[in-house]
Every structure is written in structure tokens, then in C-alpha cells.
Design a protein around this ligand. Sequence first.
Ligand code: PRX
Length: 572
Amino acid sequence: MKLVTLPSVKGDYNLKSYEDMYTSFDWKDVEREFSWSETGKVNMAYEAIDRHANTFRKNKVALYYRDETRNEKYTFKEMKDLSNKAGNVFKAYGNVEKGDRVFIFMPRSPELYIATLGAIKLGAIVGPLFEAFMEGAVKDRLEDSEAKVLVTTPELLKRVPVDQLPALKTIFIVGSDIEEDDKYLDFLKYVKTASKDLEIEWVDRTDGLILHYTSGSTGKPKGVLHVHNAMIQQYQTAKWVLDLQEEDIYWCTADPGWVTGTSYGIFGPWLTGTSNVIVGGRFKPEDWYKTIEDFSVTVWYSAPTAFRMLMGAGDEIIKKFDLSCLRHVLSVGEPLNPEVIRWGMKVFNKRIHDTWWMTETGAHLICNYPCMEIKPGSMGKPIPGVEAAIIDDQGNELPPNRMGNLAIKKGWPSMMHTIWNNQAKYDSYFFPSGWYVSGDSAYMDEDGYFWFQGRVDDVIMTSGERVGPFEVESKLLEHPAVAEAGVIGKPDPVRGEIIKAFVALLEGYEESDELKGEIRQFVKTGLAAHAAPREIEFRDKLPKTRSGKIMRRVLKAWELDLPTGDLSTMED
Ligand code: PRX
């Protein structure tokens, strides 16, 4: 097979030729790196796992897994066999067929990855759910997607309102002592005896692969559908931006419930045949450093909140570990403060490389790739094959140094395919001229570097997680004491933003700290811990438009002591 001879990015790669590549690069050339360019048979799981299992990488470790009780490793060949077995189980006992939605709701574990790959091998669309989701969040997603099969654990099953989900036919439970019946099946029992030969379902490049629910400023979370074609860009950016090379040990700290945990926690590293470290359990600075040391992690992908928490834990802890294995460190999800970059230089002797992209975009778009000069505070430049610009509200391109909407020209391979059940929403992301509007505001400097300024809408980024204020407000309104609720992101030095709720109480309820705690707990158990407001402030009345919409802009101005701006639409 002919391989494209794109230069491998060694960190010492010369920027000038990179600039040349920007003009000559064509995504079509990358297609030749996949086996389907010759065979015509497309399937992400085949490209990510099986292809390597048939080469010199057969006995190379694909997955290192560790948590409080387990410490395991799996080669590419083992991952191939196990995911085939999982595929056979889904087919035989869950009647899973191409296009069916298979949701996976469990903490990180090898089984999560094996189940995901097995379902993909059948052409199913996988919906990964973050383990912290509570009943309301789980129900919304399973209902909207009409999931047919769910894989979960006995513990998390308690949060699945099965009777309210008529489309859900089979639930595979991963655990021990499972009581089975027609609907509830013991996953591991069947995997154990299943055949390791599976007929893979070959798909079209535009067939569904993964469904990630994400938040906007209005409405419930929406299902962003990615398709197999995304592999082109995930592979290429894993090479260029993550700089993954044969001998690397790679660790992405994101959970597959979020897009970073699939695009770069599953697909990117395995498409490039890289050894992937997965760690379960809670965040503890010592454990994180120990992970780097124990696995000799060379490439590490994390998020600003995590770096800031490590920074806050102090440099004394770092001295206990040998982190000299680290070669390349990257960040995503929120603005990366120059202060954090300086800290990274001091403690790891590495510049942390920022990357910008979104759930909707499926893969990296604007990045600091290893060969580039970093301007601390900038997200970097568009990768070759991606055209980015700052546009005004009419879709006109703005000159350098003018703030506006960060937009990307349609046509990058990993772009979402649709919004599940909501094509109109999908269409609303685009200008007729072909610009995808990100919802972020930014400017571009005269050297072509992009600088993030904030969200245009009310979306909150807290600890790198994207939370829609509407979802939180809706949950708050379900609390018996709450008459009105408005939710904003409040700047926070560690978490980027925290969620702050303004609440007006119904007649007969007294303001108290106890009630605040109760309301907070209500959101925590109904939605998710990360979506619960850290601060609640009671107000007699909230600012509303004449049509009754809470004016979050005014709440934010109150909070930050800023001018409230135009109040002409506010009710009396
Ligand atoms: O506001 C931007 C912020 O995260 C948003 C996308 O969130 P999500 O879809 O959850 O995906 C996060 C991980 C891919 C963006 O609209 N964001 C992402 N990366 C950066 C960022 N903000 C500043 N700097 C970044 N590098």
C-alpha cells in the first residue's frame, strides 16, 4: 500500500515547510493511509484495532488500564478478539444491527472500551454516557436517541428509568452475581463463551459512529452525530498535533462521555497504533503523577482545570516523581492561561500545547502543533486542511485584531453529520456562505494566531465540562420551593467558571442556607454533580424580558458589577 509521505512532526520540525504544507495539503491524500482506500471496506473499529492486530503491532500493548483494584494490559490482538466477542454478544442477545443506538453508561474500565468497539463493529451508533449523570440526564439521552441496547453496571442501573424507555429492549450488565431475565443480561458471562470470530459490518463513511450529547444555551442537550469518516482527521491530527509515534505511551485524561475521551481517548491513539493508558477513579494529584511515572507516559493530553488543580497542589509533590519521560503535553477545553504554561515550563520543562475544537467538530481545528512557536494565551493556528476566520454577525470576514465570531469553512472530514432528530438545529450552525459558526468569540492577530475571548452565548464551561444553563434552570424549577431560576457562569481561578444560580422562591418558603444546600443537592442528584450550582443567591424577582425569558446577561452584569446594557426589552 502506498503511504502518503507527510512529514512526521518531531517537535524539531521546521515551521516553514509546515506553512508550505498548509497550501498544498489535501485531505484526500490521507485517505490512502486507510485499508478501505484499497478494499472499499470501511469500519472505524477495524481501522483502529484489527488492522494493527494483523501486523507487527499484534503483540503491542493497545490498552494499559489501572484503577484502585485493577492493573491490566491488552494487546491489539487481544482487543481485536475481545471486541469481536462483544460484537457477537450484541448481535446474538441484543439483536443489534447497523444504525441501532447502543448506549454505554459505566465508569472507565476495559469493558467500556471493548463494548464500544464491539458495537461499532456491528455498525451500531454508540452513545457514551458520563458516569456522573443522574436519572434526568440519562433519561433525556436514552429517550431522544431511542436507544435499543444499554451496557451498564448494577450501581448505575439504579439511575436508568427503564419503564419510561419503551425503545430500550436489552440491558447488558457488567458486574458479578447478575440476576438475569429477558431484558437484563450478564454481559461478561456471554462474552466469555462467545466466538472470537466476527463478521464485521462494513459501512459507508457517512454512516453513524458515535452520538455525543452536548449543551447549548437553550433547550435540552442535543445529540451530535459523528460518522466513520471522522477517522481521517482524527488519525491525521493524532499524528500532527498529538505527535504520536510508534514508541509513545499516550495518556488522555478525558472520559469517553465527552468528545475528547472518544476522538482522542479511543480513535486518535488507536488509529495510529499507539499504546493508550486509561486510568479509572477520582482525581488525586499524587495518582496522576504516579500514572505518568509508572507507565512512562510520553504524550499527555489534559485540560486547564486539571493543570490548575495540579498547580494548586504545589510543586513539592512533583519532586517525589520522575516525570522526565514526558515529551509532549497538550490541553483542551478551556482557555489555557499563560500562567499555567509558565508553570508547565518550570515543573515539566515542557510547553503545554493548547488545542481548540468542539464536540460538533469531532477533531482538532486550531492548535499549537509541536513545531510552532507558542504565544502563551493563544489557541494557535488552524491545522493544514482547515480554514478559520473571524466573521461579523452577517458572515463577513474581519481583518486581523478585530473581535468577532470564530468560524470554520465547511469541509473538514470530522465535522458532525447531523443533530439527532433536529436537522434544523444542525442547519442553524451555518451561514449560507459555508461558514460554521462556533459560538466562540475570538480575534486573529497579524501572524494568524487565534485568541479566544469567550462564548457568544450563555454556555458555561466549568472544569472543562460544557453545561447548558437551560438544563440547570429547568431542574431548579422542578424543586418545590423554586419560582424562578436564572443560571450563569461566574469566573473562577481554578475551574474557569463555576455555576451560579439566582433563585426566586415561591410564597411561603424562607431563604436559608439549609434551603440552598437542599436545592443544590436536588440538581446534583437529578442531573449531575458537575451541573449543580456551587453558588446560589436568592432574589425576590429575576430580570425578565416582556416575553418572560430570564435575562442571564443582566444576572451576569449584576454578578460582575458591570453595566447592564440595553434594558429596553425588560419587563417593568
Ligand atoms: O468555548 C470553547 C471551549 O469549549 C467549547 C467546546 O466545548 P465541548 O464541545 O465540550 O468540547 C470541549 C473539548 C473539545 C468551545 O466552544 N474550548 C475548547 N477548547 C478551548 C476552548 N476555549 C478556549 N481554549 C481552548 N483551547
